[in-house]
Write a protein that binds this ligand. Structure first.
Ligand code: IPM
Ligand code: MG
Length: 365
């Protein structure tokens, strides 16, 4: 099992170090190789996705990814910006299916800014299409601004675009996921305004017809944004495009208590995957040792489940996370009165300690 480890920028290195610690505490053998990406790739090699990094990604079963970006790179041309490291990895590896589960752990019911009764027991899966849409439309605004910057430009544009096969394949992932859950899919679009999403709705309906046992509902994105905050438990599987999924998954993080809790998996048709927290590089708290490593640790659990075929180890990590939350340990983002505030490394150590007890129990039984 080969894992490419790409810490990236900002808090990336700190949180990835904790996930690596947790993986090393398992009774499994991995080959782990580190590579630079994002701003770190740009600083060392002049590009956010250096050739060696892409090559390593292609050769690996999975990528454990931290985060990219920071104010230091704001003046760079678009194609050199740290975010391009991530976007190009997604595109070049065809990681089209982005799974962003939003689960509200019992102990964090009160960490959400929503009323506890609205989020208690919440467990939804956002499926975001990741390699199409306005993120990768052609042509892009470069036409009006040949150097990628906009000084003196009169206009800029991005094109929104989806092909039938792109919609079909994410649709199949959604309906298959729903079969293992509550057999309900909500497809989120803007079919009332945009042709791209009128088409999306039609294709999704056709795919849905192949899954008569799964109920399909369509919802406009503005309404979905409202419903997520009003009554989030009405949802089970949400499937949507790249842009709407980006926005709705940040919104959904509030339901889980903190964006510091949200893992994600981005898969291709061969089950190679990139695993990253749903949050960004948080430059404001980078290097302070206070970031929440749980989203990255939970992403490592998803990696074991989806790309490395180690579902038992994935369960063990998830139980260990629940255990430390039950112990009352909290990083600053989820800290509240009556709980114990810990830093990034202490949180990682606590998960490792909990894991030791859990794996011992499992081996005995
Ligand atoms: C995400 C991020 C990325 C995105 C950025 C960093 C390019 O916001 O993974 O949600 O927009 O997809
Ligand atoms: Mg985002």
């Amino acid at each position: 099992m080969k894992i490419a480890v790409m810490p990236g920028d900002g808090i990336g290195p700190e949180i990835v170090a904790e996930a690596v610690k947790v993986l090393q505490a398992l009774d499994l053998r991995f080959e782990m190789e580190h590579a630079l990406v994002g701003g770190a790739g740009y600083d060392a090699h002049g590009h956010p996705l250096p050739d060696g990094t892409l090559k390593l990604a292609k050769e690996s079963d999975a990528i454990l990814f931290g985060s990219v970006g920071g104010p230091k790179y704001d003046a760079l041309e678009r194609h050199l910006r740290p975010e391009q490291g991530l976007l190009q990895l997604r595109k070049k590896m065809e990681l089209f299916a982005n799974l962003r589960p939003a689960i509200c752990y019992e102990q964090l019911t009160h960490a959400s800014s929503l009323k506890p009764e609205l989020v208690a027991g919440l467990d939804i899966l956002i499926l975001r299409e990741l390699t199409g849409d306005i993120y990768f439309g052609q042509p892009r605004g470069r036409r009006t601004a040949p150097d990628g910057m906009f000084a003196g430009a009169e206009e800029a544009f991005d094109t929104m675009r989806y092909t039938r096969p792109e919609i079909e394949r994410i649709g199949h992932v959604a309906f298959q996921a729903a079969r293992k859950r509550s057999k309900r899919v909500t497809s989120v679009d803007k079919a009332n305004v945009l042709d791209t999403f009128h088409f999306w709705r039609e294709v999704m309906t056709e795919v849905g017809a192949q899954y008569p046992d799964v109920a399909l509902e369509h919802m406009y994105v503005d309404n979905a944004a409202m419903q997520l905050a009003r009554a989030p438990k009405q949802f089970d599987v949400i499937v949507t495009g790249n842009m709407f999924g980006d926005i709705l998954s940040d919104e959904a993080s509030v339901l889980a208590g903190s964006i510091g809790m949200l893992p994600s998996a981005s898969l291709n048709a061969g089950n190679q995957g990139l695993y990253e927290p749903s949050h960004g590089s948080a430059p404001d708290i980078a290097g302070k040792g206070i970031a929440n490593p749980l989203a990255t640790i939970l992403s490592a659990a998803m990696m074991l489940r989806y790309s490395l075929n180690q579902p038992q180890a994935a369960d063990q990590i998830e139980s260990a996370v629940q255990h430390v939350l039950a112990q009352g340990l909290r990083t600053a983002d989820i800290h509240s009165e009556g709980t114990t505030k810990v830093g990034t490394a202490q949180m990682g150590d606590a998960v490792v300690a909990a894991l030791a007890t859990i794996t011992k129990k499992t081996t005995k039984s």
